[in-house]
Design a protein around this ligand. Structure first.
Ligand code: Z5A
Length: 229
């Protein structure tokens, strides 16, 4: 029996997995796949998203995505993203990880480096400063960066219909985001796995499973029934 299963022993900290990538690359689709992949291995993961994940953070999300009459400044956008993240970390992500739950999050701070840093040309050092202020040392255990030429993701997103404030941007904005994401992958090879997302879904999901499997090594797996939902 492993130590984490002894009565009264503290639960091992959960794993924190984030999904990243440009518009329509398949984050939501593959988040559901990962949740199911983990469930079949007796891990019931908490699925959440950014911006959002708490009542207040979802209100901030609505402000960020809304095509407001008053144009939002880049600085306001950056600060709102981190304000939502502070709420999400304190009230959802941190408690779940501390209780031993795995957390799957649709976008996290790499999106800030990509959208606000790459897309909006905000200072990377300002983003890094806010990252430390809001997160301390917390970083994802694994980030899956779904990458595809922007035309593919935009065509998939467009097929869905209504666009939000970000989706109304021009192609150049999305190219800058893709470049900034790829830069993040170069800077953090220990954490970020690049997944080519312009392939048929079964191939994308095989690559995702291969990236997750090392995290499962050595994890004791209480049955789902033993875990708090
Ligand atoms: N934002 C920010 O600026 N700064 C930050 O720090 C954060 C976020 C955290 C929230 O978007 C917005 O917030 C985001 C950036 C900003 N910008 N926008 N817009 P979001 O994450 O909620 O929305 P999104 O990027 O637009 O996600 P999405 O459009 O929902 O895309 P997706 O989740 O990656 O794709 P999907 O819904 O899974 O798939 C799209 C379609 O493609 C769907 O019909 C699938 O069936 C299909 N699909 C998926 N994979 C495949 C493959 N492999 N082959 C064929 N078809 C596929």
């Amino acid at each position: 029996m492993t130590l984490s299963l002894l009565p009264g022993a503290p639960a091992a900290r959960g794993k924190f997995i984030t999904l990243e990538g440009g518009e329509g690359v398949g984050k939501s689709t593959n988040l559901a796949f990962i949740q199911d992949y983990l469930r079949r291995r007796q891990i019931s993961a908490l699925v959440t998203r950014e911006p959002g994940g708490t009542g207040l953070a979802e209100k901030i999300r609505a402000l960020l995505l809304d095509k407001n009459d008053e144009p939002m400044t880049e600085t306001a956008e950056l600060l709102l993203v981190f304000a939502a993240r502070a709420q999400h970390l304190r009230h959802v992500i941190e408690p779940a990880l501390a209780q031993g739950r795995w957390v799957l999050c649709d976008r996290f701070t790499d999106a800030t480096y990509a959208y606000q840093g790459g897309g909006r040309n905000m200072s990377v050092s300002a983003i890094a400063w806010l990252e430390t202020l809001v997160q301390g040392n917390l970083r994802p255990d694994l980030t899956l960066l779904l990458d595809a030429p922007i035309e593919i993701g935009l065509a998939r997103a467009k097929a869905r219909g209504i666009s939000d404030r970000f989706e109304e941007e021009k192609a150049d904005f999305f190219e800058k985001i893709r470049t900034a994401y790829l830069r993040q992958a170069e800077l953090h090879p220990e954490r970020i796995r690049l997944i080519a997302a312009d392939r048929p879904l079964p191939q994308v999901q095989a690559a995702i499973a291969a990236a997750i499997d090392p995290l499962l090594d050595g994890v004791s797996r209480p049955s789902i029934a033993d875990r708090a939902e």
